[in-house]
Design a protein around this ligand. Sequence first.
Ligand SMILES: NC(=O)c1ccc[n+]([C@@H]2O[C@H](COP(=O)([O-])OP(=O)(O)OC[C@H]3O[C@@H](n4cnc5c(N)ncnc54)[C@H](O)[C@@H]3O)[C@@H](O)[C@H]2O)c1
Length: 480
Amino acid sequence: MKTNRRRFINLAGVTVTGMIAADMTGMHASKKTKQSDPFAHTKTISEEEHKQVFNMCGYSAPKLATVRVGFIGLGNRGPVNLDAMAYLEGVEIKALCDKRMVRVENSQKILSKHGLPPAMEYGGSDDAWMELCKNPDIDLISIAVPRGPLHARMAVCAMENGKHVAVEAPAASTLEEAWQLVETSERTKKHCMMLENCCYDFFELLTLNMVREGFFGEIIHADAGYLHHQNNFIKPEGGDMWRVRESQHRNCNLYPSHGIGPVCQAMNINRGDRLIRMTSMSSNDFIMGKMAAELAKTDSFYKEFDTDSYRGDINTSIIRTLNGKTIMLQYDITSPRVYSRIHTVSGTKGIYQKYPLPGRISQGKDDWFTEQEMDELTKKYTPEIVKRMGELAKEIGGHGGMDFLMNWRLIDCLRNGLAPEQDVYDAATWSSIVPLSEWSVANDSNSIRIPDFTCGSYKTNLPLDITLSMGGNTGVRKLK
Ligand SMILES: NC(=O)c1ccc[n+]([C@@H]2O[C@H](COP(=O)([O-])OP(=O)(O)OC[C@H]3O[C@@H](n4cnc5c(N)ncnc54)[C@H](O)[C@@H]3O)[C@@H](O)[C@H]2O)c1
């Protein structure tokens, strides 16, 4: 077996004995004598009861006339969020951090493009970000480093230092981390929003509004996922191979929130209903191991990736909610196919299917609405946020405008003393699919309890307000 155990231990952040056992059981079903459950800690934590310290759902933190922002992680994603924020009135970009200083320097150019003063620089080491967290002139820290334990570590440190947090997806890689985010946010009364931009996709927002208006009746089931054919073996310029490494060492749905986030919002999860139980199954690996072996034949750079430990290509999970609804969630970034987040919502009065774009709607009778009817429905049900900011968001860009819309609304909420539209319970719940699916895959797809991160407050938490009845007044600067 060619598995690199040292990396295995670093990435998953669990005990050495546990990981060696994992090496022999969950990941390599074909050659095992079954050992004790390598992910037993996940199962134990999934069943723990916690007590809420303070309910952050809908919590109004003191208004910030100006939001002073620091950024950690300026590779691919960080600069997109930075650029979006740089457009916003009432934002000061105070600090930039990346362990690679060249990325900090490149990001300063984004500020000068916007006619903004340079930000303070942090970097050059793995833990320079800790100093940024201590900077008293920062209100919000936006985190976009490789996913894994760093997300939660940075988010917790930021909140402990009195900052609100916006952290890329997934916010946590283990259940321990997910609970740490919840407990720290409640204790410090600092918001912790996961930057789930797909909740701001115009199609997802349209569905959400149609669901709210009762067009589909009561929602029974949703299909969702992240199906994105990628080649993560391409050597990144001066970067890491972290995407390959996590696929080498964790057999599960590694990236659930683009799919599950929007459908959880449509189903009022953590706000009237909650996820209670899931089961998950992975195919074998048919692609990554072979690609790595092929590449390693001619390039020694790939030697460490030539292992037989890759996660299964396609992972499928099924989830049940307390109110008896179901979700099918998939993850596949290796098999050749057209991009899709599936995003199908099925109710007592009709169904919405987003893919293939531009989507389709049916209310039964073996027929889909015509193109003209679809246009009329879109006009009628476009939500206020898209009406008000959609055109501008598209012009500015970032995944068709959703990145801008997400950053705009986050800042708008903080400036108006409103809770960000995704709270720490959403971040914890949506991220928890990673370790929970890992446990289920390693345990013959047995079902596992999904923790109630709201500790019962889901019963009274109000549904997300998508009418922009409050706020919505943050202006946008023109490029100079
Ligand atoms: N929402 C989306 O659409 C979307 C898209 C892509 C990636 N992501 C998420 O964004 C995150 C980053 O992805 P990416 O594609 O930008 O990765 P990347 O590798 O391009 O960038 C990560 C950056 O973090 C820096 N970094 C790593 N460790 C650091 C440390 N200790 N201190 C400071 N900087 C550090 C790296 O030098 C790099 O510049 C991931 O969590 C990923 O899941 C989200």
